[in-house]
Ligand binder design. Structure first.
Ligand SMILES: [Zn+2]
Length: 131
């Protein structure tokens, strides 16, 4: 029984793996093959509202899901990210962690990784030293 029937994560659809406090499902709009979400069972609006135990459960599932994704999709790397608040791009107000497998060539220059949330600042710029 879901805590918030209108919440797409409280209905716990399409569970891939789970533990006592969290579960994993694939993203409905994946940015890459194997893009999944790690979600606490309890409805908390964002990551920092999860308990220490829920956060631990989330990261245990991240490790377990990596094994599954590695076997199924054989990615070359991963990005893991959390959108917290609308300003940061959070669209579903139930905490969730994005785990995004990365593949060589999936973008022209991946340097900077999650820094790309602000595209102009993804690439490292030479530090300008003034005296
Ligand atoms: Zn929810």
């Amino acid at each position: 029984m879901s805590e918030y029937p209108q919440c797409p994560f409280c209905t716990r659809p399409n569970i891939v793996i789970k533990n006592e406090l969290a579960f994993v499902r694939y993203d409905n709009y994946p940015v890459n093959r194997g893009h999944c979400l790690i979600i606490p069972h309890r409805h908390v609006s964002e990551y920092f509202q999860a308990t220490t135990e829920e956060k631990a459960a989330i990261w245990v599932l991240a490790d377990e899901m990596k094994i599954i994704i590695d076997q199924k999709y054989n990615p070359d790397g991963y990005n893991i990210g959390v959108n917290i608040g609308e300003t940061a791009g959070q669209s579903v107000p139930h905490a969730h962690i994005h785990m995004i497998p990365r593949y060589k060539g999936d973008m022209e220059n991946p340097k900077g990784g999650v820094r790309g949330v602000i595209p102009d600042k993804q690439k490292y710029k030479k530090k300008i030293i003034t005296t």
